[in-house]
Design a protein around this ligand. Structure first.
Ligand SMILES: Cc1ncc(C[n+]2csc(CCOP(=O)(O)OP(=O)(O)O)c2C)c(N)n1
Length: 545
């Protein structure tokens, strides 16, 4: 009996020493390297906000939860540390989910924390109550409900799962009565190791590589994310073969590199056909089909697909090697130079560049971009939204380095550009951050201009104002349908000199654009440049898909 009471007292005093769930979560994330998290709080969020604040993790209040998840995604992309975002019950969680889907299909490690109803209320009719676990199942790599008993295991495992290939989001539901409870005594955390998969190369892959005379490398999102650019450049020094890239891999080698041909899928990418159709072998290198499925562009030649994760479906006859980037260039060793293909790559690159230059005629989106390119320093971080302008930015913008052009081409959600710019400005307070967006996409998350103001951030927002959802209008024209449901407004978008406290500069021509950019660069606050462009050139540049 005495022994029993002794054990009970020891257990109770041990429990008292255990941290609360919110302190444990905050400390674990802080130790992991998290420095800020994004969202909109509800009542049950308060203990978590406090615990995070005390652990040195700043809460960034956004105008919409979707933006918070985009910011978490972009923070993770730029820092290499898991991004964290938070929302309350029901509508908070559904708002957040749009950005969480982005982290899934753009492959970014994110923890999405939402407040959930206590056990007794799950499944009941109650204000703001929906099933978050069901909501997040298709949008995440895993979804959990935290408890005092599973806290250690779930938090540790969530971080691991989010960062394993492909990286992506994990959702953790925080029951609203969970805060202030102490986590249960130490549990074994199950360690799930993430070493690169053991790879096996089929002999047929070696034969294909060794016998190819006209290979083309297609470098993709995984290659970019894994930092394979240095390895690729080194490889190309000894083996000269052409390289095409997916939009999110732009910058993996410089646009002026002799092997660089151009960007698949984006403006004028059909000009790459002359090169790809000459190929006798395509090598998808760190090629994540989420951006652009092979079926959409691959000529009927053999494919060797190399990636960190097995593809769900590949074109018939394709060979695949699942391996980490440290083995990629060993795998490619049998490949031989192809000067003839490299000269086709140069031709494609030069032709596209010539055609893009001819679109700089009057005040077109290409003119606005060329002014920006000339005036912004190389260290500028550019974020782009989704629409016709992205097709142009993707092909036209010379990217000097990884992390200098940020886009979503896996999830492709309008409204991405502005919150992405805010996240980039929070990470890097010295380099200029410029968001290039269409007017439709800007309007989706325009409230985030207040977030930039609240945190004293300086971003330059270039709204390519054409008064319409141009990409959809172009798609209507491909179907011989008159413009319908795509007109946004007539006249000026802002009709004012300020928007939420930010100066709005109207530019209607090249000179005005130049003056606006100089002024914006000199300003110590966020500036919006409303570039009233003529969108007519888009239809000749965007490739029918
Ligand atoms: C959230 C979301 N809704 C709708 C779409 C479909 N969509 C793709 S591009 C586009 C038009 C974008 O218009 P705007 O932002 O003005 O850019 P522009 O095409 O004019 O450059 C639409 C509606 C999408 N990608 N994401």
């Amino acid at each position: 009996m005495v022994f029993f009471f002794h054990c009970l007292i020891t257990f109770v005093s041990e429990q008292k020493k255990m941290p609360t769930v919110e302190d444990y979560l905050a400390k674990t994330l802080s130790d992991h390297g998290v420095r800020r998290f994004f969202g909109i709080p509800g009542g049950p969020s308060i203990p978590y906000l406090e615990a995070f604040r005390k652990a040195g993790i700043e809460f960034i209040l956004t105008s919409h939860e979707a933006s918070a998840a985009v910011m978490a995604d972009v923070t993770a992309r730029l820092t290499g540390v898991t991004g964290v975002c938070h929302a309350t019950f029901g509508p908070g969680a559904t708002n957040l989910s749009t950005g969480v889907g982005g982290a899934l299909l753009d492959r970014s490690p994110v923890l999405a924390l939402t407040s959930e109803m206590p056990d007794a209320w799950l499944g009941r009719t109650a204000q703001m109550n929906i099933d978050h676990q069901a909501l997040y199942k298709p949008l995440t790599k895993a979804t959990f409900r935290l408890s005092a008993e599973n806290a250690r295991e779930v938090i540790g495992e969530s971080l691991m799962i989010a960062n394993r290939e492909y990286p992506g989001p994990v959702h953790i539901g925080l029951s609203s009565d969970l805060a202030e409870t102490r986590i249960a005594s130490p549990l074994k955390t199950s360690k799930v190791a993430d070493h690169s998969p053991e790879y096996r190369i089929d002999d047929r892959v070696r034969v294909l590589l060794a016998s190819s005379r006209r290979p083309v490398i297609a470098a993709g999102l995984t290659a970019m994310r894994k930092g394979a650019g240095d390895g690729l450049r080194k490889f190309l020094e000894t083996c000269e073969v052409p390289v095409v890239v997916t939009p999110m891999a732009k910058g993996i080698i410089p646009s002026g590199h002799p092997s660089y041909a151009g960007v698949l899928f984006h403006a004028l990418s059909d000009r790459l056909k002359k090169l790809t159709q000459e190929a006798d072998l395509v090598i998808g290198l760190g090629y994540d089909p989420v951006e652009y499925n092979y079926e959409s562009w691959l000529p009927s030649v053999p494919l060797v697909h190399i990636d960190t994760v097995a593809a769900d479906v590949l074109p018939a006859g394709a060979m695949q090697v699942v391996s980490g980037p440290e083995s990629w260039f060993k795998i490619l060793a049998p490949l031989r130079s192809s000067p003839q293909m490299v000269s086709l790559a140069r031709e494609a690159r030069e032709n596209m560049s010539r055609e893009l230059k001819s679109a700089i005629n009057g005040f077109t989106p290409a003119t606005a971009l060329s002014v920006l390119r000339q005036m912004l320093p190389d260290e500028t971080v550019v974020t782009a939204d989704v629409g016709s302008h992205l097709h142009l930015v993707g092909q036209m913008w010379d990217v000097t380095d990884a992390g200098k052009l940020i886009m979503t081409n896996g999830w492709s959600s309008m409204g991405f550009g502005l919150p992405a710019a805010i996240a980039a400005a929070l990470v890097n307070r010295t380099a200029p951050v410029v968001c290039v967006t269409g007017d439709g996409g800007f309007m989706m998350n325009a409230g985030e201009m207040m977030t930039a103001r609240r945190y004293g951030l300086k971003i330059i927002v270039v709204v390519l104002s054409d008064g319409e959802l141009n990409l959809i209008r172009i798609k209507e024209s491909w179907k011989n349908v008159n413009p319908y449901g795509t007109n946004l407004y007539s006249g000026s978008l802002f009709g004012s000199e300020t928007f939420m406290g930010a100066e709005v500069i109207h530019a209607t021509g090249r000179k005005g654009m130049q003056a606006a950019v100089s002024r914006a660069l000199l300003s110590d606050r966020s500036v919006i440049i409303e570039a009233a462009v003529d969108p007519a050139v888009y239809s000749g540049l965007i490739v029918k898909s």
